[in-house]
Ligand binder design. Sequence first.
Ligand SMILES: [Zn+2]
Length: 295
Amino acid sequence: MKSVILVFIFSSTLLFGQAKVWLQILGSGGPESGDKRASTGYIVWINGKSRILVDFGGGASLRFEEVNAKIPNLDVILLTHLHVDHTADLPALLKSAFFTRASGNLLLYGPKENNYMPSTEDFIRRLFEDGKGAWQYLGDHLDGSARLQIKAYDIDDSRKVKEIYREGDIHIFAVSVHHGSIPALAYRVNIGSKSITFSGDMNGDYHTLETLAKDTDILVAHNAVPKGATGVAANLHMTPGIIGKIAQKAHPKRVVLSHRMLRTLGREKVTLHEIHKYYKGSVKFANDKSLYRIK
Ligand SMILES: [Zn+2]
């Protein structure tokens, strides 16, 4: 009897002690058509449920269906910034929620405004608010009348890592990153001792990702520009050498390269060589629907 109880306690610890966490890529592309990829979107699966969504660009909605993610299981949406290739499918997600049992508050975080972009709260109002939004017929998701309510929150521009969400063993952190003149954030999602860090679009100038991603299990870095990029492209995005230098300092267990564009596709060998000059760990090139288990 004693041994039966001990086996039960031991297997319970195995079953319930550590959450099973997977990162799934919805869209591994950028804003171009012709890359045959959906634009940016990621799911953090926790114990088989699609709990956290990071960005939701064009095409991510179809991938969301294809990987069998469920809107009622979503707790949080994290927007790295408000460019089209990171947000365009949000109206599709909200409309399709109507046909599910989704209810309660769906929290949505994103950057504060500057001269070029609205705040995330205002962005959501401009999309959906009754009397104001382009899709004002979905305004009941903001005014308390629909079962599912979108609660948007702005995150202040800060070069210090800040905790923005805590629920059970899920802790989410954010920090500002430099993406040209566009307000942009990187996020880290901790689930117990496991973690995934999302660079979003950034060029490395703020040197904030190194701290956020310290010893993370997976660093999702955006591979939007090739070695040797200069000018506007280098003001917006990390070259492979910069990804390598950040990974060298942050020391993630794995780097997953996403936001792949026509200018980086086909240049994987050079990209890998550049990154490995600084970072000797595992580097993977993401495709749509790629799945990575956090061990
Ligand atoms: Zn982008």
